[in-house]
Design a protein around this ligand. Structure first.
Ligand code: PGA
Length: 249
């Protein structure tokens, strides 16, 4: 199982800014991308151009969201068939912003996982509890419910999970290494029970240069999914380097 550090660029940056960032990462992460998997998730409109810039490097480009139908009258959506036609085989599924603002529920995410399986796209399924759920001691119930509903009868062969506590995303608040480790251990045990294999579990939620080291030290943190700090070459590269150093790679 390879470690993964991923950048989710969300709905940020213009065309030229995205291409500059991709080029800077290509030039700065040559050695690192031999040791760990490095993924970037640009806005869909720039996906193909980023792939072109990254051609010849080991950094992989994925989509932040996709629909589950192969084609049809679904205005504004992107299908797995379209992604495969540009050799994109990597997708974020169920990011908390998709769940919250675009009302994606567990049933829809289950269909999306099935579409990933059908088209051999590696899904990074994002899960995480809200603040009130954590404070009322329901974190494990929520995580278990999100996992079991999304994976129900999917018999997934390939999967990555990103644990992203909703209260830590874009807020500057980070789960403590201990909170993250506990959640990761719980997720791994449950997913192993369902899939009968180990899957990487990434931590996301205000990962920064300042906290990357202590989070990377935790044994069940297999990588990061980084939002804000992935928008700048300096911070993204520093986090990648810190992660590699802490894992002794
Ligand atoms: P953040 O976002 O690092 O800006 O908190 C993480 C994410 O949403 O993937």
């Amino acid at each position: 199982m390879k470690y993964i550090v991923a950048g989710n660029w969300k709905m940020h940056l213009t065309h030229s800014e995205v291409l500059n960032l991709a080029l800077e990462l290509k030039e700065s992460l040559i050695e690192q991308s031999r040791k760990i998997d490095i993924f970037v998730f640009p806005p869909t409109i720039f996906l193909k151009d980023v792939q072109d810039v990254l051609f010849g490097s080991l950094i992989k480009t994925g989509v932040q969201n996709m629909y589950f139908q192969d084609e049809g009258a679904y205005t504004g959506e992107t299908s797995p068939l379209m992604l495969k036609s540009i050799n994109c085989s990597l997708a974020l599924i169920g990011h908390s912003e998709r769940r919250e603002y675009f009302k994606e529920d567990d049933e829809m995410l289950r269909y999306k996982l099935l579409a990933c399986k059908k088209w051999d796209i590696l899904p990074i399924l994002c899960i995480g509890e809200r603040l009130e759920e954590r404070e009322s001691g329901k974190t494990e119930d929520i995580l278990a419910s999100q996992i079991t509903k999304a994976l129900d009868k999917t018999e997934m062969e390939r999967l990555v999970i990103a644990y992203e506590p909703v209260w830590a995303i874009g807020t500057g608040k980070t789960a403590t290494p201990r909170q993250a480790q506990e959640a990761h251990a719980f997720i791994k045990k449950l997913v192993k029970h369902i899939m009968e294999k180990d899957v990487p579990v990434l931590y996301g939620g205000s990962v920064k240069v300042e906290n990357a080291k202590e989070l990377a030290r935790e044994k069940d943190i297999d990588g990061f999914l980084i939002g804000g700090a992935s928008l700048h070459k300096e911070s993204f590269v520093k986090i990648v380097n810190e992660f590699i150093r802490m894992k002794n790679l």
